[in-house]
Design a protein around this ligand. Structure first.
Ligand code: SF4
Length: 133
């Protein structure tokens, strides 16, 4: 038995997941209780079988004219906040973060710009959360 907190909405339902015998797909049949709506059951299924998370981080700004054009003593952000456009498999998050921290973003950048499109062929992009430059 596992206890989870559903993070799909602010209600934060406490879920209990019991694993039964393997089903037709070879995975144990899950009995999920405590969810107030069907989305909680979907969340629990995914969390047990293939946990994923939206990743947020920041990217460094590339050296260049746009960076040097920022006023001396500029107090704004020196890094560009980014996030994934969808949830990333949890086992790949360390690799993704390493790539994000290696990446240097050319200014100007606008909110929604794809910094790392279709990362690792997973169909998720790393996008800028806000513009800069
Ligand atoms: S089970 Fe439904 S109501 Fe409860 S936290 Fe998840 S999404 Fe929200």
């Amino acid at each position: 038995m596992r206890n989870l907190t559903c993070i799909v909405c602010p209600m934060g339902c406490s879920l209990t997941v019991e694993e039964g015998e393997p089903g037709a797909d070879g995975f144990p049949v899950l009995t999920i209780t405590g969810n107030r709506c069907p989305r909680g059951a979907v969340y629990a299924q995914e969390e047990i079988r293939s946990p994923r998370r939206v990743v947020t981080a920041t990217c460094a700004i590339a050296e260049g004219p746009a960076l040097s054009a920022l006023p001396a003593g500029f107090a704004g952000p020196r890094r560009v906040p980014v996030k994934t456009s969808g949830p990333c498999p949890r086992e790949k998050i360390d690799t993704l973060l390493k790539e994000i921290y290696r990446t240097r973003v050319q200014l100007p950048v606008r909110a929604g710009d794809k910094i790392l499109p279709n990362w690792d062929g997973l169909g998720i992009d790393v996008v800028a959360v806000r513009g800069l430059g």
